[in-house]
Design a protein around this ligand. Structure first.
Ligand code: SF4
Length: 159
């Protein structure tokens, strides 16, 4: 089977994500500022505020730490060890695709083997559109007002 998003994605964590996860796990060491390994994360022409809000001037952004295998630090034998409402918002939204304007599609990146004939990945994951819309609004509110990287906001204010 191909790798899943939990084994190869670079997961952005907002300030809110970091607070929620820290409260549940009692840990603070699960994230780091890091430049993307995959340059595709910099291709945000259709979502210009994403770059402004997610990245620091030095090109890094706050992401979950991963093992050398690429696996997310919160990936356990049975899947994600975080409860749904505590997971980083970008994880909750996957496989929906979106910009600041709203949800605009569904990614085809999930391994085809996990989708039974006649089903969709949204049905397999039991994803409800109303949840996704709520999380999308939460994500951009946290990016816009809480900021994912306070240093970047300070830089932009002084620029
Ligand atoms: S936090 Fe959970 S859902 Fe998100 S990448 Fe890690 S293991 Fe997967």
């Amino acid at each position: 089977m191909g790798k899943t998003c939990c084994q190869e994605c670079e997961v952005l964590v907002t300030v809110g994500d970091r607070q929620r996860i820290a409260e549940q796990t009692g840990r603070e060491d699960f994230w780091e500022h890091k430049a993307p390994d995959n340059p595709a994360y910099l291709d945000q022409d259709d979502d210009p505020n994403w770059l402004k809000w997610a990245f620091r001037p030095d090109g890094t952004r706050p992401v979950l730490k991963r093992h050398s295998s690429g696996d997310c630090g919160f990936l356990g034998p049975e899947g994600c060890v975080l409860s749904l409402e505590i997971r980083p918002i970008v994880c909750r939204l996957f496989p929906y695709t979106y910009t600041e304007r709203g949800i605009d599609g569904v990614s085809d990146a999930c391994p085809k083997e996990v989708i039974p004939p006649g089903s969709t990945i949204l049905q397999v994951l039991d994803m409800r559109r109303e949840d996704a819309d709520r999380w999308h609004a939460q994500l951009y509110a946290e990016l816009r007002t809480g900021t994912s990287c306070d240093e970047n906001r300070a830089y932009l204010r002084s620029a």
